[in-house]
Design a protein around this ligand. Sequence first.
Ligand SMILES: [Zn+2]
Length: 410
Amino acid sequence: MREIEKIYSFRRNESYDGEKFNFINFSSRLFNEIIVSIFFGVLLILIGVLRQNPAVAEWWTQTFSRAYLSFISIVTRYFPFSLTEIFAFSLGVIMVITVLLIIKHLTKKKWISSLNLFLKIVMVNLGLVSSYSLTCEFAYYRPAVSLPYYTETVTNDKFLEVHNYFANDFNDCIASLSFKSDGDVVRPMNVWQISESISQTYSSLISDPYFLNTYTIAKPMATSFIFRELQITGITFNVFGEANIDVLATNLELPFTIAHELAHTKCVMREDEANQVAFYICLNSDNPYVRFSAYSLYFYQLSMLTSKTYMVKEDREQLVKLDNNYYAARNYAYKYWKDHDLLGKIGDWINNMYIKSSGVPEGTTSYQGGTGSTVIVDEENPEKATLRSSKYQALFFEKYLRVKGGFNNE
Ligand SMILES: [Zn+2]
């Protein structure tokens, strides 16, 4: 009885008089949190070191990530809502409550209780980051993605036929779509249908085992109104194998965003490569709305080749003009994002930090990777120029040559 009374007194003392530091008390109450936090910390350091070897990164991606993502994407695709959002919201609420409890304990001078809760936050967050790293972050250090880029140099006498082939197809896509009076394109499919269409293109076009054959569906986010202000169009959270889409992004970019996020679920993690994969998928889709999205974002890569410097006057006169609906839709998208920029800088900062911490020093500028090209004009014969294609131009040429069987002008 005395022992029980003693413990009871101790507890009562703790409640009313604050905690006095005692090493045995301190170590026994914080032992688990400290050990688990150290475990996750060491694990993260180990991941950070090991993944820098591309062979290890590829091996891990092809074994653990492949097995895990194949399994989890099958499970989570049956939930018709974003589990990532529910998880993030619940975690946020728990964190806020815990921080409030820490403050309460601190005001009562319950130092060990406060430290215990703080270490619990550290432990949970390190555990979460470790889980995320294990599922997909090795993939940031994989060898380069293998798409069928056309790698030969192209002379400027081919620019017109390639430009006009895609300009005609772009105009056909536009003709099959409807546009609102403000310029925005009318979305002819919902997110699930776009996702399904893009997934089919992925499976018909890509057989390379570099791409994990996960069957993920893109899910609309209920909190899209927040992500719109953060100017974030999609978030892939591979712990749940989910591609979450900001459905309030403009209709013009929605198919491309879905293809980009689905590339991440196939462990194409670097942003420039996810963009190139998304472009390749959308450009080669049978669906005119999906192709419209690819053209709207990257047709400028062909327009770059039509300037006076690189294209002779006779060719320039034969250029197919793009439908005005394209320019209106582009202007609409530009204005739309200007009007929804409440938290844009914060969104960019978070994304930049995330990409840099994943091993890409360029941060958010890495989205632009592969867009640069060089045209070298022959000084002795100014009408002749040679193109070293950007990755996007190389994918335009690849499709052109696959469909047409060769350049006409040869
Ligand atoms: Zn991305």
